[in-house]
Design a protein. Structure first.
Length: 487
């Protein structure tokens, strides 16, 4: 039996790993100008420096989750962490734009292996209810604050050292976690009748999501109604449809469709998709606003996010307590409404905005909203899940948020660019890089994102169960199992 401290150390290890991979979603953002100068990169290459990580991370989460369930979650966790650490070193040593994009793809693969394995380890370590809610509350703080901290850390390291250090900083943390993992994490795998891997399902969903995210990013450059974009979207829909058909017929499905009978799990993934689309892209747009309109340096931009980061961390503990007392639905709905309100405030940012009168209030509201949304979505996405499905449920909730974020960034970029161009067309003397034109484009994009967040709040209020059933479990040999199996 593990010592009483083992669950706490387990939680610390996996949360540190999660914070690392969430941070790397946005740590590159403030360093892009320096990368462009040092590597002579084009604008398109800079975009793919971000997208390469997001693409491989998002599309490989489900297959990676299935690997953990079948062959061991700790084993997959270690493999993902090792790949993430090595690729971070290679990122920092990149000698060209092409090499950096390739290494960022590897880093995304490491994150895809690491993330669902970490979350499923937490799920199988802590009993559903107050115990797991407390763990997922801090997990939500790490997840929600990772993006904001990434922008802060990226700005500080780029300004004081060089852009390479935004990747090198992962190396000592990765080595430390790798060293202590064998001592602190227990191996676990799903109780399956077989260890067959669904290669057809993995290939179809990976290809489908990859084509979808690629179509989103291409659409920002070539338009949403071009033959190329429409063809890619149609191909993605066909591949995802094929995946669903394969899963219904597979004897060892990658994504067992039975889990969607859990209403709160399904609702959490729907709201996670909408929240990802509405919220993740706000960091991208806000960074552009602060640097291109207010002319903040990379360091000043990073420091500006401290209020948002601290608000997320402070209210994540409150969020899990509220979920335990009043349920997922009310907390999640409130969080998404606050996020929508913050996005409306972002839409009203002026050309000559000041930090404390314009940005600071919106950052506080946004931070509280994110804390009240991230935590219940994570809890809801795992509520009622059998131990055998812990990994795939963890991968699914991560996938929906990542795909939502990719779609949101692509759509927000297109909207902002389109309305900036329209502003220039009707205002004599305006330029595409002028503060007024950029602010107008950002404002329209923020209003659209606010509407998406509000739609997520409606979905949460309507679809999430007020009191989802909690299955009875017992501890057998240090593992949590359903009560009917423990008898």
């Amino acid at each position: 039996m593990p010592s009483p401290a083992r669950p706490r150390w387990t939680f610390a290890v996996v949360s540190l790993a999660l914070f690392m991979i969430t941070l790397d979603n946005l740590v590159v953002t403030t360093a892009l100008p320096s990368i462009r100068v040092d590597l002579g990169a084009s604008i398109q290459s800079l975009e793919w420096t971000v997208n390469a990580y997001t693409l491989s991370f998002a599309v490989l989460l489900l297959p990676a989750a299935a690997l953990g369930d079948r062959f061991g979650r700790r084993r997959v966790f270690v493999a993902g962490l090792a790949l993430f650490t090595v690729s971070s070193l290679l990122d920092g040593l990149a000698w060209s734009e092409g090499s950096l994009i390739a290494f960022r793809s590897l880093q995304g693969l490491g994150a895809a292996l690491l993330s669902p394995a970490a979350l499923s380890i937490l799920t199988t370590t802590f009993r559903e209810g107050r115990e797991r809610n407390l763990a997922l509350g801090i997990w939500g703080a790490a997840s929600g604050s990772g993006g904001a901290a990434g922008v802060l850390l990226g700005g500080a390291l780029t300004s004081s050292l060089s852009w390479s250090w935004i990747f090198f900083i992962n190396i000592p943390v990765g080595i430390l976690v790798l060293a202590i993992t064998p001592w602190l994490l227990r191996e676990s795998r799903a109780d399956l009748a077989h260890r067959t891997f669904d290669f057809a399902g993995a290939a179809s969903i990976t290809a489908g999501l990859m084509v979808l995210v690629y179509a989103m990013t291409r659409a920002t450059e070539h338009g949403w109604l071009t033959a190329e974009t429409l063809g890619l979207l149609a191909a993605s829909a066909a591949l995802v449809g094929a995946f669903v058909a394969i899963e219904f017929r597979s004897k060892a499905p990658l994504l067992p469709m039975r889990i969607f009978r859990l209403r709160t799990l399904t609702a959490s993934n729907i709201t996670g998709l909408l929240m990802g689309g509405a919220v993740f892209s706000q960091f991208f747009l806000l960074t552009l606003y602060m640097q291109q309109v207010l002319h903040y340096s990379a360091l000043k931009t990073g420091v500006a996010y401290i209020a948002l980061t601290l608000a997320i961390i402070s209210f994540s503990a409150v969020s899990q307590m509220l979920v335990t007392r009043i349920g997922i639905r009310r907390v999640l709905t409130t969080g998404l409404l606050l996020s929508a309100a913050a996005l409306v405030l972002y839409a009203r940012l002026p050309v000559h905005g000041s930090y404390f009168s314009d940005l600071f209030p919106a950052f506080l509201i946004s931070g509280v909203g994110l804390a009240l949304a991230f935590v219940p979505i994570s809890i809801g996405g795992l509520t009622g899940v059998r131990q055998a499905d812990a990994g795939i449920a963890s991968g699914l909730i991560n996938t929906t948020q990542q795909i939502g974020g990719a779609i949101g960034v692509a759509a927000a970029t297109t909207i902002a660019t389109t309305f900036t161009t329209r502003y220039v067309d009707v205002h004599t003397g305006a330029t595409p890089l002028g503060g007024a034109a950029l602010t107008h484009g950002f404002a329209i994009a923020f209003y659209v994102l606010a509407a998406v967040a509000a739609l997520g709040a409606v979905a949460a209020a309507v679809l999430v169960e007020s009191n989802p059933a909690v299955p009875e479990v017992e501890t057998v040999d240090g593992e949590l199992v359903p009560a009917e199996l423990a008898a």
